[in-house]
Design a protein around this ligand. Structure first.
Ligand SMILES: Cc1ncc(COP(=O)(O)O)c(C=O)c1O
Length: 373
């Protein structure tokens, strides 16, 4: 027998994630479509976006916030290409995206003097080994493993190196220590439920100092260029984007940020995500055939929640069959774990997911498991 209750929304994907409740295209202000992003009104719109982002995410006043092309990837690569080189670099990696940044550093930029702190899916590397005199490249939340960094205590406030962080699936769902960060990239289609397209890049004053004191030896694609000559190109961080952004996507991001504020802002969003993780943990604790991939409860992501099957940990057949069955039933879309991780299911538990929807989904996962096993 099918469970009687269905989630009110079957979207559990880890990006793009579900839209906010009540989202409709008609709610977006569309009057700027067809206008130039360099017009007074266009510029004002971009500045509204960066300032609301700063306000909602509680980004320090001294940090610079820019809208970039090419989503989180370009924002992160612009930071890596522009900042890395003069110091040794410690890479912290424990999921697919961390590995991609290592690839960029070692194979594309061919950086010398690197150390890699790596952990298999489900675990964090030993962060105490990271040297604060080095630059650090890391991912705050491993979207493909469900592991996240619990806090920034291990990063020195007196660090000499820069911390360059991909925070894409962390922000809006969990606390984030901005004051320990120097370059942060993220996109809108995770915790915020915004449209994918653009990335945000946030730089600390120390990152700006680096930009003005160091010129990388490699070619700099135009969409990565944060300096002109040896000067910081501050205008990018004042709404003068490098190239043309989508005003429609900006309106959508503004809609999502405003909704976040209406719910009580960042603390309320973090609380919603925490509640989702708790619901999953509670279900897992009473279900013997499924486990959380993140072994350490303190390093457990509340946004990308990964679950594996301890009786068949090497076998994709069970998670695949469950994900397909629930997709066909229209109960849960896109819950198969990432191919670069271990065989798993992945449930998005970010702030836009209702805990009641997760609770309605659990009996369906059990039902599908019993059918496929
Ligand atoms: C941790 C992390 N970093 C980077 C990316 C890539 O983001 P984008 O597609 O916005 O460039 C993703 C996408 O899932 C991600 O989860």
């Amino acid at each position: 027998m099918n469970p009687s209750l269905r989630p009110s929304n079957p979207c559990f994907s880890s990006g793009p994630t579900r839209k906010r409740p009540g989202w409709a295209l008609d709610n977006l202000a569309l009057s700027l479509l067809g206008r130039s992003h360099r017009s007074t009104e266009g510029l004002e719109k971009i500045r509204q976006l960066t300032s609301l982002t700063r306000e909602v995410l509680e980004i320090p006043e001294t940090y610079h916030v820019a809208l970039m092309a090419g989503s989180c990837t370009v924002a992160m690569e612009a930071a890596m290409w522009s900042l890395l080189g003069p110091k040794p670099i410690d890479f912290v990696t424990y999921d697919v995206f961390g590995q991609l940044w290592v690839h960029d550093g070692l194979k594309e930029l061919k950086l010398q003097n690197t150390r890699i702190f790596e952990a298999p899916p489900g675990f964090l590397p030993d962060l105490s080994q990271v040297n604060s005199a080095h630059d650090v490249v890391l991912t705050w939340n491993g979207t493909t493993t469900g592991v996240c960094i619990p806090d920034g205590e291990w990063i020195s406030s007196e660090r000499e190196g820069l911390v360059i962080c991909d925070a894409t699936s962390a922000l809006f769902s969990m606390p984030f220590p901005w004051e320990k960060m120097d370059a942060v990239s993220f996109s809108w289609q995770k915790g915020l439920g915004g449209e994918a397209a653009h990335g945000m890049l946030v730089l600390s004053p120390r990152a700006v100092q680096r930009l003005e004191s160091y010129t990388p030896p490699w070619p700099m694609p135009r969409v990565f260029r944060l300096t002109q000559g040896e000067k910081f190109l501050g205008q990018i961080f004042e709404g003068m984007t490098i190239n043309t952004p989508s005003l429609l996507c900006i309106e959508d991001a503004l809609d999502a940020l405003s909704w976040c504020q209406m719910q009580g802002g960042l603390p309320a969003f973090i609380e919603r995500s925490k509640k989702n993780l708790k619901a999953v943990e509670s279900w897992v604790s009473e279900t013997p055939w499924i486990e959380l991939l993140a072994r350490d409860p303190l390093a457990r992501s509340s946004s990308s929640i990964c679950l594996y099957f301890p009786e068949d940990p090497e076998d994709w057949a069970i998670p695949k069959a469950i994900a397909e069955t629930l997709d066909k039933e229209g109960v849960a879309f896109d819950i198969l774990g990432h191919g670069g991780s271990l065989p798993s299911l992945r449930l998005w538990g970010g702030p836009l997911v209702e805990t009641s929807d997760l609770k309605a989904l659990f009996p369906w996962i059990t039902w599908a498991y019993k059918r496929v096993k």
